[in-house]
Design a protein around this ligand. Structure first.
Ligand code: SF4
Length: 367
């Protein structure tokens, strides 16, 4: 059961309607997908495709690329053709790029109606083109581009203002009979972001794309995203997630995947259990845990490996681990499911754990 997604500990998922982003379903009870965005120049097709391949290998389900210029727009068709995962075009200001992205075969387009020039006039033809192509859209509202009237009415980018803006734009789509869209209402502050999504979740059955925008560098951004996603996903809110970090995009994907794994919403891969170490530790637990994590990070099987600093509590406390080590007297007791199977000298601990972990992982994958 450890490898099966489970939401036992969480609230039932909010009912949302389902849309498709290429072959990936979003909403309507579909597995929560992880997204990221490339930071290469989109016009550089090779660099962009290389980054997309890296993101896909890390577990990314959907990728977004920015389309700020005609050269970027011109590159979309080639990127779409060779990308292993569906490509969303991210368009600001110029509606012509929306139409070009649809023609290029993008799986979806992210628009921010608040900053698309003359959206009132072009909105319905965007919906028409998307319908004809059978693709979906995302309404991406953020604090920086709120409708002026709404901003004035609410006195700033409050949760109520962000939601009012999103709902207004959603209605605009729905009035012309277009329903294949998801919504995001991102904010950089996790508490505001949580309050905004909670409010939005009550006002319609749109699939929701979660994100804390401009969350900061890796350490801060990871914490903000985990907090906000953790709260919302535990309440059943959210159909697809994007972690935003001032860091290489693959780091966003790793965090996003782990959030889902640790919440039991995605099949678990390798995980490490390691003690914080204390005055009883007889080995450098930090170094050991990092070496083991590094050696096993690409393992896809749901193996749990424990690294414990001493034998007092070691094997007992880590009984749930598939494999582990407890150190003492310059040696490591290697245990499997809490039973000691061999004792090795300290300089053999990492190699022994890695060897055994790979063997167990192979066995799990064959089973
Ligand atoms: Fe301390 Fe041993 Fe517990 Fe690690 S396993 S925290 S070294 S008592």
């Amino acid at each position: 059961a450890a490898s099966m997604p489970t939401d036992e500990a969480l609230s039932e998922r909010r009912h949302s309607r389902r849309i498709m982003v290429g072959p990936v379903p979003v909403g309507g009870g579909a597995p929560i997908s992880v997204q990221s965005m490339t930071n290469t120049k989109t016009s550089d097709v090779n660099a962009t495709l290389q980054q997309i391949a890296e993101l896909a290998a890390a577990g990314c389900d959907i990728v977004r690329v920015a389309v700020p210029s005609q050269d970027d727009s011109d590159a979309l068709a080639a990127i779409v053709r060779h990308s292993p995962i569906p490509v969303i075009a991210d368009v600001h200001f110029q509606s012509k790029y929306v139409f070009q992205a649809i023609d290029a075969g993008c799986a979806a387009v992210r628009v921010n109606p608040g900053n698309i020039r003359k959206f009132d006039e072009v909105g319905s033809s965007i919906c028409e083109a998307a319908t004809q192509a059978g693709i979906s859209l995302r309404i991406g509202v953020n604090a920086g581009s709120l409708d002026k009237d709404i901003y004035a009415k609410y006195g700033g980018p409050t949760p109520q203002a962000l939601v009012a803006s999103a709902v207004k734009e959603a209605r605009m789509f729905e009035e012309v009979g277009f329903h294949d869209f998801k919504i995001s209402v991102k904010h950089h502050d996790p508490v505001t972001m949580i309050r905004t999504y909670r409010l939005l979740a009550r006002q319609g059955d749109w699939p929701l794309h979660l994100g804390v925008t401009e969350a900061g560098p890796q350490w801060q951004g990871t914490i903000k995203s985990c907090l906000a996603f953790g709260v919302l996903l535990a309440e059943g809110i959210g159909d697809t997630i994007r972690v935003s970090l001032s860091a290489p995009p693959v780091e966003e994907v790793k965090v996003g995947c782990k959030v889902l794994e640790y919440l039991g919403l995605r099949e678990r891969h390798f995980d490490i259990i390691s003690c914080p170490s204390c005055g009883r530790a007889q080995v450098d637990v930090i170094e050991l845990a990092n070496a083991v994590t590094d050696g096993l990070k690409d393992i896809k099987a749901p193996i749990r490996v424990a690294v414990m600093g001493c034998i007092v509590n070691g094997p007992g406390e880590a009984r749930e681990a598939d494999l582990g080590v407890a150190s003492g007297n310059g040696k490591g007791q290697i245990f499997i499911k809490g039973e000691v199977v061999e004792t090795v000298p300290e300089d053999r601990i990492v190699a022994t754990l890695l060897e055994r972990a790979h063997a167990i992982a192979d066995h799990m994958q064959q089973a």
